[in-house]
Design a protein around this ligand. Structure first.
Ligand SMILES: *Cc1c(COP(=O)(O)O)cnc(C)c1O
Length: 356
């Protein structure tokens, strides 16, 4: 399928935002990618067009029943000037798993990879070059069929939008204070927690708001059944260094399988660190903190890469981790992953792909 291009005139291009004040998800580039789906035609009409509003029927299924999925990855401008993607094929695979779970049509992974490459190439002037900055890539699919009734839609829109984003740690690599929520859950086994689907994030808002009101940065989610086992932190996967073992909750069905999580596991193992993917209870973490065996904890995700956890607040008590300081492994992982992403270190795992 040939991607049609309708590009803006040079004189209509937006001015670039101030690279030192990019923030996250605020500025959008000049163009976007679109592609339509109809049951009778499959995916068709792939095109790059000027960024702008969609026209949707008020009865579009996505607006009422939430059939929507998305992905998130970044393009990094390296020290050598090349623009790289980090493990993009993993995002394509995960998007198809999310689509499957939400009864949405599968995408042609290679075709969508080509769409990402072409769009990023068209928008290459938007890839910022200050260290830590990047161009965030947001592919998503929504159900557009005009129909009220609960069944999978027969028409969809696939889109990719891009936004330049600032360094996550503009003020330094600071550990965050986490609120362990007992009242709310993110996802239950058998539900849609392992799909990157819009409703999961709407469902998480109340707990995050509560945590923020109490002065915490993020929420730690426990399992929906027993409120005992740790699942994720905010929209990140979580790791604990207990003695010399790196422990992370196993992918049990309600946890989003993060690509950064997988990269952390691969790197740690390659450094000779023992990694365990298993059930981790909040009680075990409290106990290991008290005995001094809990050395450090951090979250992992595309946006922050690694986010050190300084403390957990649970049942009226604060559990300090590593004296509220960034741990050694968190620091090493952050340095290693970002060095690979920016082409500063040899990519021995074959994780990066040069776009331009
Ligand atoms: C996207 C996401 C992650 C992290 O996934 P990455 O592929 O590492 O960016 C973790 N948890 C949730 C809930 C997410 O939505």
């Amino acid at each position: 399928m040939e991607i049609q291009k309708e590009l803006k005139a040079e004189s209509d291009l937006k001015p670039l935002p101030d690279p030192s004040r990019l923030g996250f998800g605020i500025h959008f580039t000049d163009h976007m990618f679109l592609m339509d789906y109809k049951d009778s035609q499959g995916w068709h009409s792939p095109r790059i067009v000027p960024y702008g509003n969609f026209s949707l029927d008020p009865a579009a299924v996505v607006l009422h029943y939430g059939q929507a999925i998305f992905e998130g990855l970044k393009a990094y401008r390296g020290t050598d000037g090349h623009i790289r993607l980090f493990r993009p094929k993993e995002n394509m695979k995960r998007m198809n798993r999310s689509a499957w779970r939400m009864c949405m049509p599968q995408i042609d992974e290679e075709m969508v990879m080509e769409a990402i490459r072409e769009l990023v190439t068209v928008e290459s002037r938007w890839v910022p070059d200050q260290h830590g900055t990047s161009l965030y890539i947001r592919p998503f699919i929504i159900a557009t069929e005009a129909f009220l009734g609960v069944r999978p839609a027969k028409e969809y829109l696939f889109s990719i939008i891009l936004c330049p984003v600032g360094a996550y740690y503009a003020e330094g690599f600071n550990p965050v204070k986490i609120f362990v929520t007992e009242k709310f859950v993110r996802a239950a086994k058998g539900g849609v927690g392992e799909a990157k689907t819009a409703g999961n994030y709407a469902a998480s808002l109340m707990a995050s708001e509560e945590a923020k009101e109490l002065g915490f940065t993020q929420v730690l989610w426990l399992d929906a059944g027993e409120r005992k086992y740790i699942e994720e932190v905010g929209t990140m996967n979580i790791f604990f260094m207990i003695d010399d073992v790196l422990v992370t909750p196993a992918l049990s069905g309600s946890i989003l399988p993060g690509i950064t999580r997988d990269s952390v596991i691969h790197l740690a193992k390659s450094w000779g660190i023992q990694v365990e993917e298993r059930a981790v209870s909040i009680d075990e973490i409290i106990e290991k903190a008290e005995t001094g065996q809990l050395k450090e904890s951090f979250g992992s995700g595309t946006a922050a890469v690694i986010s050190p956890v300084g403390s957990l607040y649970y049942k009226g008590k604060t559990i300090e981790i590593n004296h509220g300081q960034t741990g050694r492994l968190a620091h090493r992982l952050f340095e290693e992953i970002t060095a690979i992403q920016y082409g500063d270190k040899e990519d021995t795992f074959g994780w990066t792909e040069i776009v331009k």
